[in-house]
Design a binder for this molecule. Structure first.
Ligand SMILES: Nc1ncnc2c1ncn2[C@@H]1O[C@H](COP(=O)(O)OP(=O)(O)O)[C@@H](O)[C@H]1O
Ligand SMILES: [Mg+2]
Length: 291
């Protein structure tokens, strides 16, 4: 099979291409009586330029689904395609970047050399690495901090370095697993605004895991609501809030309606199955704290 060249020209991608195409995907950990079915019967298609959030109670398989898309672990059933090819081929072509909850930076490397790391691995020239890292650090508004070390930065700044690093080789897809989960609420809201700016400026497709309802509604073009045991998609909610999203977005009537819609989709499941009820209660409290 011939694979297209990684990092090819953006113009080669037809509009509305399916960046992610998941059909009947499932994942079971272990075997026999102790086996855990983390995900079952997942169908999800994501178009170029979308911002899709995965939300659900803890343990419902959000991280597992993100790992399947990133080919960090294989699916047990079904198929997952990224940029029109099997997830494994997309990983080999380095067609996406990943940002985790903890920024995982190297403390002995400066900020710019952290951003350059994946480019070194991919064999970019020194000049090209420096050009890309300068570009990415100004994108996340850290240009003045390029010579500092990660330990000298706040948690929010460290996460921005991780985002700059993930974007350094211009991936068409960015996978983010609760990247702002460890930040205080005010920093998180500011990071949400910044991420919206980055998304608009780069046009990158983003799949974002969160268990914050307000965060999911604020950021997304679609919110995928999941249930636990086994993890399934129970509802997909279109977020028809105007773009660009700003601080005022959080004051719109429609914003509150959508927060309520997501909360009810999650609660409904808790009442039915009981399994996720406690987690759903926690989610409600969180949402109400913002509302
Ligand atoms: N490597 C693993 N081995 C065994 N079980 C796992 C593994 N990873 C996840 N699980 C199980 O799969 C389920 C979904 O986990 P996860 O995707 O991490 O949920 P979430 O990110 O929504 O909190 C949980 O029951 C979890 O214990
Ligand atoms: Mg998780």
């Amino acid at each position: 099979m011939s694979e297209p060249i990684a990092n090819g020209p953006q113009s080669a991608i037809p509009p509305a291409q399916h960046v992610v195409e998941i059909v009947g995907a499932g994942r079971t950990f272990g075997r026999g009586p102790g086996a855990v079915t983390a995900l079952e019967g997942i169908d999800l298609t994501i178009q170029a330029g979308e911002f899709v959030s995965l939300i659900g109670p803890s343990g419902c398989g959000k991280s597992t689904l993100l790992r399947l898309i990133g080919d960090l672990i294989p699916a047990t059933t079904g198929s997952i395609r990224v940029n029109g090819k099997p997830a494994a081929a997309a990983r080999r072509g380095r067609e996406y970047g990943i940002v985790f909850q903890a920024p995982v930076l190297m403390d002995w490397r400066t900020v710019e050399r952290n951003v350059e790391l994946p480019l070194e691995v991919m064999g970019y020239t020194r000049e090209e690495r420096q050009r890309r890292s300068a570009e990415m650090l100004s994108l996340v508004e850290l240009a003045d901090f390029r010579r500092t070390y990660p330990w000298q930065l706040s948690g929010g700044m460290q996460q921005r370095v991780a985002i700059a690093r993930a974007l350094a080789f211009d991936p068409k897809l960015l996978l983010m697993d609760e990247p702002f989960g460890a930040l205080d609420e005010m920093t998180r809201e500011r990071m949400n605004l910044e991420l919206m700016g980055i998304w608009r400026r780069t046009g990158t497709t983003i799949v974002f895991v969160t268990h914050s309802i307000p965060e999911a509604v604020f950021l997304s073009s679609r919110v995928v609501v999941m249930s636990a045991r086994p993890g399934r998609v129970i509802r997909i909610i279109d977020v028809d809030l105007p773009q660009p999203r700003t601080a005022e977005t959080r004051e719109l009537e429609r914003y509150f309606e959508l927060v309520t819609a997501v909360r009810e989709a999650l609660r409904q499941r808790g009442d039915e199955g009981g399994a996720g009820a406690l987690d759903d209660a926690a989610l409600r409290i969180r949402a109400e704290g913002y509302a």
